[in-house]
Design a protein around this ligand. Structure first.
Ligand code: SAH
Length: 432
């Protein structure tokens, strides 16, 4: 099987090019096509000689993620459902980091990345594990989530203007639904293909139509792009949270390799400190991560401050007990000197009473950790409920009054099923 081009480091590509007798600047050109222009075909790499493109195509795959569905919540959060080359489905969620000044759309974005198809850890409250675990994502599938989300985000922004000009019925319908306060599926696979075809047709016939070109992520780029196109081509996502479907540290090698590529100046260019890995508590891999040179951030999904509560919610606690987890976190802290975050999902009648807050505060102080409280996001078919707001606030106050830095998350994108695995679950249930 051919390796994928987006799993290659700069050094590997340079070695390959050297062995082919190609000048090294060709490797730089190739990397620019992949990570700056985000092209999806070899043919789009117009400044590479045709023979080199052919050789690359024979040696590597250039797989991209196919969009199955995209949903947008009122707060701007977008959820993408991707189909992988083998037909498996995974999700990524794009969150606007902060509203920019003067009513312009936010230009800082965080992408929530999935690391596995399904999940083997079976946390009792989570949708991702309901269908079991299928496989790890490959390096290129991890890297591609960033590029594909940016492609579609840029296309969506330009696409709104296109449909205004051309008056596309489908887009008009979805805008109408949005205006009425409903969440709508902005792009269906069919409308995407149609807009791609329209973009290509207008290019072939020489019609000057830059908005529809910008609306089509795979259309070849003009040699001298306009300022707007350049904006769309620069990195849109500057924060990564590895908190989508799956357990990141159970796909350790692929994840770390993908993060090296996304972090490298020649690749994604996303700062290591802007990358947060979330784990359900794999103690040995937390220690391994502590020994990595890359300065990524770590979040631990705690959800229970005693073995009893934690084992009830998270079967992984039977393998790596709270004591082992805390010891691994202390090792991480000692090695990295960096603050950890503890995630704590608030579930009514399970982990929200004052005694839980007391225990959690003790652990957080011991680990010098910040606590992120997340009101439980209901999953169809699961029995758990979120506590009322008064109970959420009381829990927050109980932590803060004990000197713990804590935040209560108003989670984004609730109406688009933005919690892990929920869109995939819904789509698979509808399909079958
Ligand atoms: N496996 C990793 C990352 C994926 S889950 C981990 O466990 O950290 C990302 C976060 O969302 C975790 O803290 C997880 O416990 C939480 N989560 C999962 N389902 C949720 C739900 N229905 N409501 C709120 N948070 C949820």
């Amino acid at each position: 099987m051919k390796p994928d081009i987006k799993a290659q480091t700069q050094a590997e590509l340079q070695a390959q090019f050297r062995s082919w007798g190609e000048p090294l600047y060709r490797a730089a050109q190739l990397l620019r096509w992949l990570y700056v222009q985000r092209v999806q075909t070899w043919d789009a790499m117009t400044n590479l000689p045709a023979e080199l493109r052919e050789r690359l195509a024979k040696t590597y795959t250039l797989n991209t993620l196919a969009l199955v569905a995209r949903q947008q919540a009122e707060d701007g959060t977008q959820k993408f459902l991707w189909r992988l080359p083998d037909g498996a489905l995974v999700e990524s969620v794009l969150l606007g980091a902060s509203p920019a000044l003067y009513g312009e759309p936010s230009d800082r974005h965080t992408l929530c990345v999935s690391t596995q198809v399904g999940c083997a850890y079976g946390c009792r409250f989570c949708a991702s594990g309901l269908g079991g675990w299928k496989r790890n994502l490959a390096v290129e599938e991890l890297v591609e989530q960033v590029l594909a989300a940016e492609r579609w985000h840029a296309a969506g922004q330009a696409g709104g203007r296109v449909s205004q000009e051309s008056g596309g019925a489908e887009e008009r319908r979805s805008r109408g639904a949005e205006e009425q306060g409903h969440v709508s599926r902005l792009v269906s696979p069919v409308s995407h293909i149609r807009s791609q075809e329209a973009g290509l047709r207008s290019q072939e016939s020489g019609v000057k139509s830059s908005p529809s070109r910008a609306a089509c992520p795979s259309a070849p780029l003009p040699l001298c792009p306009s300022a707007r196109v350049i904006r769309h081509l620069s990195r849109i996502i500057d924060n990564l949270v590895i908190m989508g479907m799956g357990e990141p540290l159970a796909n350790y090698d692929n994840l770390l390799e993908a993060l090296r590529i996304l972090n490298a100046a020649w690749g994604g260019g996303i700062g290591a400190r802007k990358i947060t890995i979330s784990t359900c508590g794999l103690a040995p891999q937390i220690r391994q991560l502590a020994d990595e040179p890359m300065q990524v951030r770590l979040t631990v999904s705690l959800h229970g401050a005693t073995d009893q509560v934690r084992s009830r919610l998270m079967p992984v606690n039977r393998k790596h007990s709270l004591a082992q987890l805390v010891a691994a976190c202390e090792y991480y802290l000692a090695r990295k000197g960096r603050m950890l975050t503890l995630e704590y999902v608030l579930i009514a009648g399970v982990n929200v009473g004052p005694e839980h807050a007391l225990r959690l505060a003790g652990l957080a102080r011991r680990l010098k950790a910040k606590v992120n409280l997340i009101p439980y996001n209901p999953v169809e078919g699961l029995p758990w409920e979120r506590p009322d707001e008064a109970a959420q606030e009381a829990f927050l106050r109980a932590l803060v009054s004990r000197g713990v830095t804590a935040t209560l998350r108003r989670e984004k994108g609730r109406e688009i099923h933005a919690a892990c695995g929920q869109l995939r679950l819904k789509t698979e249930r509808m399909a079958g």
